[in-house]
Design a binder for this molecule. Sequence first.
Ligand code: FES
Ligand code: FES
Length: 163
Amino acid sequence: MITLNVNGTAHSVDADPATPLLYVLRDDLALSGAKFGCGLGQCGACTVMVGGVAAFSCLTPVSVVGVRPVRTVEGLGNADNPGVVQQAFIDEQAAQCGYCIAGMVMRAQALLDKTPNPSDAEIRRAMAPNLCRCGTHMRILRAVRRAADTLRGQATTLPVASR
Ligand code: FES
Ligand code: FES
């Protein structure tokens, strides 16, 4: 048995140590926010936070997580009570098909937890590993800026790109 702390709750899962964290989250814990895209660390759809750092859960064997807390998009809020980053993505209408969004939100959360006032260049750099095949990158970047401004108690006045 492997013990995981996910979104503040301890879970024991009966999984092969080499099983990707993504599969355990989705198949054993019914946390389906993180998505399987490429399975190769090339798209970011599977991004969650492990020990406060954005991680490709498709490439993370469940056995290496250890005591580091795992945070998934389900841990940030829900449809009735979205977290700040989630609300910013809603406000900017950043989702088209939505497949990439949970990963985008988690990578943005990891950035803002460490860098509350990122420059536009820092936002672009931090978000670069995550791809959106629908091409809503500009809305996503604006959503991250909006979330950063909201978390610092400021109105959004500095869009990443012209609206
Ligand atoms: S599914 Fe993990 S990076 Fe694409
Ligand atoms: S909204 Fe469709 S992949 Fe990003």
